[in-house]
Design a protein around this ligand. Sequence first.
Ligand SMILES: C[S@@+](CC[C@H](N)C(=O)[O-])C[C@H]1O[C@@H](n2cnc3c(N)ncnc32)[C@H](O)[C@@H]1O
Length: 295
Amino acid sequence: MPTTKRWLQRYDYVPPARMVLLPSELTDRQEEIERAFFASLRLKNGTYKTTRGQRLNDVNELLLRHLPRDHVLQLMDVAVSSGVATREWAEALDRAALEYELWAGDVSLEAYLLGNGAALNLLADNTGYILQFEIAGDAFPAPVGRYNLLRFGPQILWMRIANRAFRPEAGDSSLQGWFKKSGWRKQDVLLLSPRVKSHPRLHFLQDDIMRLRSDLAKMDALRAANILNESYFSPGQLRRMFENLRSRVKDNGLLLVCRTDESEVNHATLFRCGIHTVSVVDRLGGGSAIEKLVL
Ligand SMILES: C[S@@+](CC[C@H](N)C(=O)[O-])C[C@H]1O[C@@H](n2cnc3c(N)ncnc32)[C@H](O)[C@@H]1O
């Protein structure tokens, strides 16, 4: 198992998933390690898990100014990545002494580690899509670039075969039995920062905002930060996501859409969602670029 110390000495490779998700120790540079790890993960739908602490402080303040205080709030944060920004929202709500439950979803939350107990390890999402390879302590994201393909072609092929045997839809096969006898093991993990899991009012769930869902409580407010981006999705997809999120909010509930730009400035719009109407309540920076699509 590569140690945190070893990674800190070498910046030329990505922190291995095992080191970040199952740490033997938390260091004072944990934030930096997690940020490098999550930013390196490219998901099946082409989005990245980029996030960082203190990114949404002004967004949290804006929400605090508009949240009601007369009942226990149902709140949701979508596309939360490592969860650090959601944890900070919870802490801001705690400081303001609000009563709430906060639901935090991401399409890529449930994942697994697969390894042969020696040099070969990989991280895949819960559909079996590989996110990271780790070979003898050197970790690199998938899709694999030419350099790593030339260095590790046979090992990568072998790991892909092992992953086919273990991915969820494969079930128990004789190939999987063979790999198990050879020492391969699969371990379920959550793609979350180890620092965020234990907050009594924060509940994480697997959640694809492209899908409608009816199993959630209606929310007083929902936050969608750095996901409804024109660079990620087509106008049609963005409209669909917005409508799906709107359907999760109570009548007259709040929906905040935000994008953090390259200079770390937040551009957000806070919408109020009636049954038949959507209106703008407040803005940060230049407002959300998707306003023109949804109003
Ligand atoms: C750039 S991160 C945003 C993290 C955090 N909200 C922030 O602002 O720091 C984008 C996240 O969106 C998630 N994501 C991508 N497609 C999604 C979808 N269809 N439904 C839910 N989450 C999605 C990714 O897994 C990733 O964690």
